[in-house]
Design a protein around this ligand. Structure first.
Ligand SMILES: [Zn+2]
Length: 75
């Protein structure tokens, strides 16, 4: 199970699953079989980025394109 944020620039420790987002990717292992791997983006990172899986072997952070242009001011 994941224990920290998948963003290498963040690496926040996973404490609450409700904070952030869990991603599950089917990754190819060395012997050719597949395994489901879990990745977690913390709440802050999941606001601005998402995770994608490349060639079932590499997980990368991707900036969200549909970012809301206006920030909702916290009341
Ligand atoms: Zn993070």
């Amino acid at each position: 199970m994941v224990s920290q944020c998948a963003n290498p620039d963040c690496r926040r420790k996973l404490r609450y699953l409700r904070d952030g987002k869990i991603y599950i990717f089917a990754m190819s292992t060395r012997n050719g079989s597949k395994s489901l791997e879990h990745f977690w983006l913390c709440g802050e990172c999941s606001k601005s980025m998402t995770l994608t899986c490349l060639k079932q072997s590499e997980v990368k952070t991707v900036r969200r394109r549909q970012v809301t242009s206006h920030r909702g001011s916290a009341a």
